[in-house]
Ligand binder design. Structure first.
Ligand code: F6R
Length: 615
């Protein structure tokens, strides 16, 4: 949450920063701002606007933007409402220092009171302004250079931060630091780029350094990069090569990233399997699993920790590991797990699922489990992210950048990797026979082409969306492997169309939610389970008997449900453990079209942001 971009070098900073902020807008779009240093007048020019980056661009037109150094920010509001004043950058008391910040300074209130006691006054309600005042106060009080003052100040703050600071009197240097919020430095030819992730950097350089927690980087115009810890220990920067290309960051011919990402799924699922499966030769090998095989195979229990859509994928993981590998699984909301005192030991394996690899709650749950001696396994999309780095082993899902705030291809990538792991473990542990192992492998390899056939039903799904777009509520029902898909379908609808939706296990309906059903309540039933077909038919009859409108996701050729449901969307047949990979696709498209028809911005839904680096 919140996007940071900074530049120092010999190019014009403003276009690089604006371009980068547009790429990071998925992290927040409450306000945007830049600070630039004009060499001629020696002044720092700060421009800030409530709203999206475009509002800032419109505001800055015709204003002086000449500068080869600058910092920029796109905000997801935490402290202080979204307005021009609370927008970043923020200035120190003298106006000499400017800061951009992602994270939360938890003890800002006590620091602020102390600073007010010393005569400071503040213009915004933000914790960020307090931090830059503190840095300047320390600098003046202890006669320190900026880097030293940043170090001392950061040792006094509690909370999370990724910051970049610019000094009007030293326009040849930027100072960056991180703790629990991501920051990456791109190393160009005599220039540096600093950003919350690599997307603003990749078109300029492939060489990057990911900052670790409590590290401070000083980058100078002469090309010098110094890395130290807050404890003043010198570190050698670990330079990595980016694996990302610029086309992945563009919408191409699609109107929205979300639609592009939904349509990318045949490719992204294939990428999640690449090198890990071979139906011809009859094997699955998951590299990360092999490297920790002894610990994983000996695990008493898997605990899957995640948030949101990733948590839904984790629930499918529970069904997969328990059924195929016979390993007991618990699925935890990371935000709850971190504050309980769960019983975790050295023979537990914690599997963290995260698209961004930066979700604060998931990171905190992992840190806690690490202290308790558990083995940590990450299933992550963002290469080099914090979760990827803290885990003992893991598997990237290789979905490519996911920019639409509503997660789609990351979900199917996560489920694909979980399926690969469960099948692999099930076979290695002798829990599934070779014939079933081979069947699942060949079926998994066919999933991308089956997803493609569902995507070809886009027009039909759009038609159904048009029929129900004016609803105020929706109920999603599913059984077994498709219960988590019902939860995911409901989440997709509510987050991008603002329609209230709930997901339930289909059989739970009669324990309460059935009271909601009348002619105004559409019920979306995922009905492609082979094992519970008759029971699902009964559930549909129960809904119809109460005049509910039924939209059913069924297996091709299911004439029974087709006769009783109001609308059916047919999807190809597959083995039940893999069925979520197909049944979720029409639900993603349905939500997309409903949201669009209601005039919602599907890529940037209100109040939301991707990469939730705050609690
Ligand atoms: C929903 C969505 C969120 C994320 C959640 C976890 O569409 O995107 O619910 O799934 O914030 O994020 P990651 O997977 O990055 O840890």
């Amino acid at each position: 949450m919140c996007g940071i971009v900074a530049y120092i070098g010999n190019k014009q900073a403003y276009p690089i920063i604006i371009n980068g902020l547009r790429r990071l807008e998925y992290r927040g779009y409450d306000s945007a701002g830049v600070a630039l240093h004009n060499r001629e007048d020696g002044n720092m020019h700060v421009y800030k606007r409530k709203g999206k980056v475009q509002e800032l661009v419109d505001f800055v037109k015709k204003k002086p933007i000449e500068s080869t150094i600058g910092i920029g920010h796109t905000r997801w509001a935490t402290h202080g409402k979204p307005d021009n004043i609370n927008a970043h950058p923020h200035l120190s008391g003298s106006g000499r220092l400017a800061i951009i910040h992602n994270g939360i300074i938890e003890n800002y209130d006590s620091i602020k009171k102390a600073l007010i006691g010393e005569g400071h006054s503040f213009t915004s309600q933000t914790d960020t302004e307090v931090l830059i005042h503190l840095i300047e106060a320390i600098q003046e009080r202890d006669n320190l250079n900026l880097e030293e003052a940043v170090r001392v100040a950061l040792s006094q703050v509690v909370g999370a931060y990724a910051i970049v600071i610019m000094d009007k009197e030293n326009p040849n240097q930027l100072i960056a630091a991180r703790k629990a919020s991501p920051l990456v430095i791109g190393i160009g030819d005599g220039e540096f780029f600093i950003a919350s992730d690599a997307t603003p950097i990749v078109e300029y350089t492939q060489k990057v350094v990911y900052l670790n927690d409590e590290e401070i980087a000083v980058v100078n115009r002469d090309g010098d990069l110094t890395l130290k810890t807050i404890a003043n220990e010198l570190k050698t920067p670990f330079v990595q090569q980016l694996e990302m290309n610029i086309e992945e960051l563009e919408k191409g011919d699609y109107e929205y990233f979300m639609l592009k990402e939904i349509f990318e799924q045949p490719t992204s699922i294939t990428s999640a399997m690449a090198g890990r499966i071979n139906a011809g030769e009859g094997w699955i090998k998951v590299g990360g699993l092999m490297s920790t095989y002894d610990k994983i195979a000996a695990a008493k229990r898997f605990i899957i920790a995640a948030c949101g859509t990733s948590w839904h994928a984790g629930l499918i993981g529970e069904y997969l590991f328990e059924e195929l590998a016979r390993i007991p699984v618990e699925v935890e909301y990371a935000s709850e797990m971190r504050y309980r005192n769960p019983i975790i030991g050295t023979d537990d394996v914690i599997i963290a699922l995260s698209q961004s690899g930066e979700t604060a709650d998931t990171m905190a749950a992992l840190e806690m489990a690490k202290k308790k001696g558990a083995t940590l396994y990450g299933i992550v999309n963002s290469v080099g992210s914090s979760i990827a780095r803290i885990t003992d082993a893991g598997s990237y899902i290789h979905a490519g950048p996911e920019i639409g705030v509503a997660s789609t291809k990351a979900f199917t990538g996560q489920v694909t990797v979980l399926a690969l792991m469960a099948i692999n473990l099930g076979y290695e542990r002798g829990r599934i026979p070779r014939s079933y192992y081979l069947q699942l492998i060949s079926e998994l390899e066919r999933i991308p082409e089956k997803v493609q056939t569902i995507l070809e039903k886009n027009d039909q799904i759009k038609f159904i969306a048009g029929e129900i777009k004016d609803i105020s509520n929706a109920l999603y029902l599913g059984r077994g492997y498709n219960f988590p898909v019902a939860l995911e379908g409901a989440l997709k609808l509510k987050e991008i169309s603002y329609i209230h939706a709930e997901g339930y296990p289909a059989a739970e309906m009669k324990h309460g939610p059935i009271a909601l059903i009348d002619e105004n309540m559409p019920v979306i039933i995922i009905a492609n389970n082979k094992s519970a077909h008759e029971k699902i038919v009964s559930n549909i009859q129960e809904v119809k008997a109460r005049k509910g409108q039924v939209i059913a996701i069924v297996t091709e050729g299911d004439t029974v449900i087709s006769e009783i449901a109001d609308y059916v969307i047919e999807i190809p047949e597959t083995d039940e453990p893999l069925s979520p990979l197909l049944s979720v696709i029409p639900l993603q498209l349905l939500s997309y079209h409903i949201a669009l028809m209601r005039g919602c911005n599907v890529d940037q839904p209100r109040n939301l942001a991707k990469s939730v680096t705050v609690e």
